[in-house]
Design a protein around this ligand. Sequence first.
Ligand code: GCW
Length: 712
Amino acid sequence: TAVVVENAGRNKSYRHTRDLSMAPGSTERLMASTLEAAREELVRGLGGLLDRPVRVVHRPGRALPDGAVVVGTRESSPAVRRLVPAGDLERVGRDGYVLRSVVQGRRTFTVIAGRTDVGALYGTFAFLRRIQTHRSLADLDLAESPKVVNRHLNYWDTERLYAGNDESGTGGLNGENGAIFNFAATGAGAPLNLPVVLDRYLVAARAMASVGITGITINNVNADNSYLTDEYIAQEAALADALRPYGIRLALSIRYAAPLDSRFAPDTLTEEQMAPTDADFQDWWTRRARRIQESIPDFVGFTVKANSEGQPGPQDFGYDHGDGANGMATAVAPLGLKIYWRTFVYNPDVDSDRLKRAYLEFGHIDDEPQPDGSTGRFRDNVFLQTKNGPLDFQAREPVHPMFGRMENTNQAIELQITQEYTGQNRMLCFLAPMWEEIFKTDTYATDEQGQLLDKRLVGHVVDGTAQDHSDTAVVGVANLGNADNLTGHHFSQANLYAFGRQAWDWTLDSGDIAADWVRMTWGNSREVVDVIVSMMMGSWEALVSYQTPLGIGHQFTAGVHYGPGPSESHLPREDWNPVYYNQADSVGLGYDRSPTGSDLTAQYFPVLAARYGDIGTVPENLMMWFHHVPWDHPMSSGRIFWDELVHHYYSGVRYVGGMRRAWDSLESRIDARRFAEVKAKLALHETDAADWRDTCVGYWQRFSGRDIREPG
Ligand code: GCW
């Protein structure tokens, strides 16, 4: 087999730091360009999968060897230019690719062509995926492009990492200090800090690129100003250089009040200079951003958590989110940078129902008439970054009412890949079916005349087709850590994988994604694929059932967000307590957000408002998000609500037992180490799921007075 890559090194602008190096003993190698990365993937991937040596041809001339795999763009490669007409590539988007078999006389070639170098890299991974999943390579003729432009990760480097220091894969919960990238936290010059690159950075980069991730915000949204200092910027530039060949660009989370920090002296502002509408504030951010851009020319921009959970924001200085976001956006627009402004805010003064607060703070800014006759105050280089649901990444939430409502603002959806509320590094929970449910939820969005839009699923809102937005983004809170397997639980890798595939194309079927991942991760035998795919596909619904069934919100014990704490009421904020969400009493369970209660339902478009607002029509799996459900309420199964609730807890735990047995049946087909690691996790999983069931059912029983045994 020959791999033909012409002019892989033609693009010389990949490195901007001089002192970049791999740590001693590394097995990965720094790439000098994207096409070089594509070439290396083909050499490794084909060599390994086909088990035969792979020859690289740099200057094939006109005589391509039979069976050659040609990779590149029309600009980089005369061979691609000859084999793929320009028009065919114009049809694919910026990151898209064409995969094609070409027959010339008795010779056959495979061409992997991108519009851009990174498109060629994505095509390379797609080609390798076909081989790895045992799909045919004959008569290929595929053209693919992503539906969403920015497929971005947020990396919370200082919290919610469940993949840290966990060699065995069975380590503790909520592992801190497990961050994947090492910055100069302790003593500059420490040998393993950036600019020294560790193997795992490149392994992660290759994994991210293989599913089309385009960028990563490398620090927690609860941001530390260190990341804006010159010392850190030099290290960030090194990381950016290492990741650039894989098409991954860096962004930073910032603290809104950073200009006040004396660390930046003499360039610091006073409180009076913090007006986001004025030049002092804007110029400060322009200067900092320019400083970063000098070292990282393809820097994406800033992620901002403002006036949320104690983070400073424009409201501290008498301005609203629109002014704050626009102040920063104005500052960085001349540099071509973006602001991802998060909408995860829940100031209790706004409304007694936490779930209503974000829309109340942001909605009117999107509706505001502007002096130039347009509507909506947010600038074009602002994304409002909104979690999929109105609370906080619970295992099942209704979609956030803002999707579709913010007609005039670029909206990014934020999904949580790291399993904060979905079992962390212990429970096997495949999240793709949840994300599929979210993307495919009908918002019933209407136009100004009240007519239903043609394209109105959440996915259409996100990919821009619903309301004609050209800049689009899906953001995932990443689950990478310094564990050997990068994610702590072997099955958590499936969530990173699925996130990338769904960010690329939200219409994909989550079962197909699971099957691809299983084939690439565990094997192609029919038994392995069938057993593991079916374990995975029911795992999320099972977790919902034993953890928070029928739409009951947040029942986690304080802080850790792993085990059950339905009776807890001691936290300083009312809306952090499980009792605030469950509202358990002798009548029933659940939070009334219908018109008789907080009327959150009114924030949805009329069809959903009516459906969710009526206990007779609300989907049962969302019921307690919207209603205080009486214990005797009749359910579609014929059971009363109490019996249905108890049944859910039991059936969820039963499913986990089934997964454990299914896994055991594969012992002879899986390598011993990974088999044992997953087996150990499943044992913990089953115990902890039973704890959820027993704790919650036992507590609800105090209010319902009914039998805690499963109904017959
Ligand atoms: O749910 C909360 C998490 C915090 C997180 C916050 C957010 C990074 O528990 O860890 O802060 O959400 O999304 O800002």
